[in-house]
Structures are given as C-alpha cells and as structure tokens.
Design a protein around this ligand. Sequence first.
Ligand SMILES: Nc1ncnc2c1ncn2[C@@H]1O[C@H](COP(=O)(O)OP(=O)(O)OP(=O)(O)O)[C@@H](O)[C@H]1O
Length: 454
Amino acid sequence: MHRLISPYRNEILETVLENLYYCLVIVDAEGRIIYLNDHYCNFLEVKREDAIGKPVADVIENSRMHIVARTGKDEIADLQYIRGNHMIANRVAVRANERVVGAVGIVLFRDTKEWMNMNSHIKELLLELEEYRKQLNDRYGTTYSLHDIIGNSPQITELKTKIKKIAPSDATVLIRGESGTGKELVAHSIHHLSERHTKPFVSINCASIPEHLLESELFGYKEGAFTGAKKGGKLGKFQLANGGTLFLDEIGDMPLNAQVKILRVLQDGEVEAIGAVQTDKVDVRIITATNQPLEKLIQEQQFREDLFYRINVIQMQTPPLRERPEDIRVLAKYILQKITNRTGKRVLDFDTKVLDYFMHYTWPGNVRELENVIESAVHLTNSERIHLKDLPDHLQPNGLVNENAGTLKEIIEQTEKLAIERTLKKANGDKQAAAKLLGIGKSSLYDKISKYDL
Ligand SMILES: Nc1ncnc2c1ncn2[C@@H]1O[C@H](COP(=O)(O)OP(=O)(O)OP(=O)(O)O)[C@@H](O)[C@H]1O
C-alpha cells in the first residue's frame, strides 16, 4: 500500500473524505460508527453527532459493515437496499498489526438522479431476468417440480406420494382444493415426473378467457376462418400441447358449449380448429383443476356430468393451510428466501412473535396469501428481521394496546410509539405528512421520534 507522505497528511485525508462524491462510513472492530461523511449524513437524514458511536446496523439499513469488521472478508459491489432503493456497496476491512481493526464502506450512486437511473436500470434488469426465466420455463413447459412443494405435514407427504405414484401413467387427473393451495404446483409436478416431461406443458385458465375467445384459444383456427383471423391461422392449446400435457385450470368456470367440445376431444382424441375442413389427431394428457363444487354445478346444470366422469379419473386434493399449521414455519422461511433472492433486499428471518401469529391465523387465501403477506413485509421492514409491525393492516393483532404492557404510562407510551411508527410507514417516512396525519406539530413529532428511538 502506498503511504501519503506530506506534513499535511491529515488535512489532505480529511478533505478527500469530505469531498468524496460517494457516501462513506467507517466503523471500528465492534461495528460502531467512527466516521460518516456529510453526503451519507444527508442521504440518511441523520446528524453526524447522533450517528457516531452507534452500532452501524442501527443507523444504516441492511448494513453489513459490522460483519466485515468481524470477519475481515471484503465485500465488493454488493447490492444493498437502502431507503427504498438498490445501491451498490463496497465494504473493505481495515487491518493493522495483522488484526482487523474496522472497515470502510462506500456506497455508490448516492446522487439522487444517478441512483434513480441506476436503480431503475437494476429493476429493469431484474424484470428482464425474470422474463427470460419465464420464457425458458415456458419453452420447457413447467416452472415447478415436486421439490417445490414445501411442507412435512402428513397431508403434504401423502400428496407428494400420490403425485409420484400417478405421474408416470397417462391418466387424466382432477385436482381440487381452495384457491392458493398449490393446485398449479401439483399439475406442474405431475408433468415433470411423467414420461411426457420433455414435451410441452401448456396451461389455460378457463375463467380468465372471454367465452367467445375460449374456443379459438383451445382449438385454434384456420386462416380466413372469421373476420380478423390472423394470416396463417393460429394453433390452439390442444395442438400446442401435442405429445405433452394440457392443464385446464378453473375447469368449473368453463362455459357449457366449450364443455361439449372438450368432451369430444377427450372421447375421440381429435380436435377441430375453427374453419378447418378436417380434424387433427392429438395426443395430450389432461390435468384439470378447480375450487368449485362440481357436483353442485352438475345439479344446477352448469357443468356436464359426462365431462365430470371423463376428467375425474384420478382425483387429488390440495389441503388448505389452516389444516396443516405445522407447514407454516417452513413455508414462510422458504418464501422469504425466494423473495429476497428475487428482490435483492436483505431480510433474513422472522421475529418469533410473527411466526407464532402466522400459526394462529386462518389463511383464507392459503399459501398465496402467505406469499403476499411476506412480500409486503419484506418491502416495509427496516431491519433484517420481519416484526409484527411490518405485517399488512389486516393481519395486525387487534387494537394498538398490548395487554401485557404494564402501567398506564407504559401503555400510553407503547400505543403512542406504535401509532407514530404506523403513521410514518403510511406516509412513506415523510415526517411532515406524518405529523399532519397525527394532528401534532412537526417539532413535537421529532421529539417523540427521538424519545422512542424510531
Ligand atoms: N406447498 C407449497 N409449497 C410451496 N409453494 C406453494 C405451495 N402451495 C402453494 N404454493 C405457492 O402458492 C402460490 C399459489 O399456488 P397455486 O397457483 O399453485 O395455487 P392454486 O391452488 O392453483 O390457486 P388458484 O386456485 O387460485 O389458481 C404459488 O406461488 C405457489 O408456488
């Protein structure tokens, strides 16, 4: 390392540090801040004298400086999520006498315009990456396989055993279960484990396609079949799935006239594109799914009984989450990891109170709801751990007051702290707006923020 030799060494170094274009922080071996340059103070909206001496993780969101100061392992060009943005952080250990005595951290792209550009660039790249992944999966058909079905409850273990048993056959499968319980996941897994896994897996959501388009989506059309038909015609999902699997999701919502046509394909193995003069032979395994009571729909003449018997060869049931609370912990941790990998935000775990709360909640939206709750908490949390206060409003334990709070003064203080925290979150950290919402002055809000260390 080159030494700066000058009688004004300290002055030069200080000028460099303060005029650096980037945010800079220096911590000691214990991870306490010993220096924070002006740019960083402004960006974090903290006063330098308040930050100095504090554990770095208390001042800088998602900081890993204390870890670098402990392990001595540099971290270069790491993605860090601070104040709602992805930043690039370099963290370098400082050594003296063969010991790690601290760490220097530089955050790039602090300038508002520059980091906005960079941030949107990264977000765009992440979206692009996701799109490519999706395309790749679409080409090979499935996104999920058996190991993506998480849970050790007897119900999930039994479901997985059944999937393994029935996958190799060509039998038609009807998957039933409440919304968000993993019916699509099961369909993917069956295809993945079947002889057809190198052939396409094509899915169609019967509920989301307008009735007049469903037929052309399923069976395709020939050129000139109707006004507006594409040149060269269009292949239907049945033809696209030839040799592979066709997943008819929400089959209970399929209109009656389309049901008749599906039945014909299932009986004869032939499809007739709109405007075609002849039928095409197709070899497709059918998997269907629904959360509708098909037997009731049959009674109401909304669903054809003959079609029901055709699709109901093997029936599988995806259990609701509330009936297998033992899966919630492992699912929550799996989902958290999936989300943090995707977003780049560093959130490592849940507070035990959150997991306990999850275990007692009824999860009407099942695993999909659990995913949404965790995703929202990951975005809202300011720490590496998800706390009760980070959960969406509809999951907040009732009332503001904790029953075990203690004296009246403690209850009032706790309520006040919680109300301020929630309002700040609602106002996206804008203190002026939060003060207005709370009906108090800005300086009074500042006093309370510092009193409660928010
Ligand atoms: N056992 C599980 N392990 C891991 N992820 C799961 C599990 N069950 C469901 N999921 C996830 O929950 C989300 C919803 O699952 P999926 O779309 O398969 O449900 P569904 O029953 O088909 O819902 P809907 O009836 O609303 O279409 C998906 O992101 C899926 O990956």
